[in-house]
Design a protein around this ligand. Structure first.
Ligand code: DX5
Ligand code: ZN
Length: 218
């Protein structure tokens, strides 16, 4: 069963609780939270206090995607705020092994993320140590960008490595996902689809968009 992780980046932050509730009732598996620092990516979003507020209104796992420099400095803030999965970028962390270890020791699941231009070899050594691999299908920083099609062979490549090595980490893809491209992304070997714009800015509303994505994802 493919998991759906609506990204609140495209939600209406004044109605965040309500919108998370609607996505949850419509079958969301994770709540994807994009944390941006204005350094690792050009945009600034939200931090641990907002994660703590979301924690109080949902029982779904909080899938926290850190697009920040020096993520190791903030792990305990996000764990204390109630993050279940904390994902750090291979491009942002010179001491990734230690950061992954710190996330796990503090009781969260650890994820590693990779940007579109970064060679897959950069994450290979970390695959046995994480619960989730987050493949970016846009350059991170903004919601509503188009899916980069060159991501498909990258997903398939990582899927092969995981299967060959008998690794059970989830393979999550993030950026530009909608009901039209979801079937190909799933076919390439993804288990978790992140979607922001196509859910929270959908004409058919959040529930309608969730249903459409669920049908497309299979
Ligand atoms: C992009 C973020 C994504 C973003 C996806 O930097 O990591 O999670 O919210 O949004 P859409 O689905 O609109 O591309
Ligand atoms: Zn994200």
């Amino acid at each position: 069963m493919i998991k759906l992780a609506p990204s609140i980046l495209s939600a209406d932050f004044a109605r965040l609780g309500e919108q998370i509730d609607e996505a949850t009732r419509a079958g969301a598996d994770y709540v994807h939270v994009d944390v941006m620092d204005g350094h690792f990516v050009p945009n600034i979003t939200i931090g641990a206090p907002v994660v703590a507020s979301i924690r109080r209104v949902t029982t779904l796992p909080l899938d926290v995607h850190l697009m920040i420099e020096h993520p190791e400095r903030y792990i305990s803030n996000f764990v204390d705020a109630g993050a279940d999965i904390i994902t750090v970028h291979v491009e942002a962390s010179p001491h990734l092994r230690a950061t992954i270890q710190a996330i796990k020791e503090q009781g969260a699941r650890a994820g590693v993320s990779i940007n579109p231009p970064t060679p897959i070899g950069a994450i290979e050594e970390f695959l046995p140590h994480v619960s989730l691999i987050l493949v970016m299908s846009v350059n991170p920083g903004f919601g509503g960008q188009p899916f980069i099609p060159e991501t498909l062979p990258r997903i398939a490549h990582i899927r092969r490595i995981l299967d060959d090595r008998g690794l059970s980490a989830e393979l999550e893809v993030d950026g530009g996902i909608n009901a039209d491209n979801a079937p190909d992304i799933v076919k390439a070997g993804t288990n978790v689809l992140v979607a922001g714009n196509s859910i929270f800015r959908a004409q058919e509303g959040i529930s309608g968009a969730m249903r459409k994505l669920r049908e497309a994802a299979g």
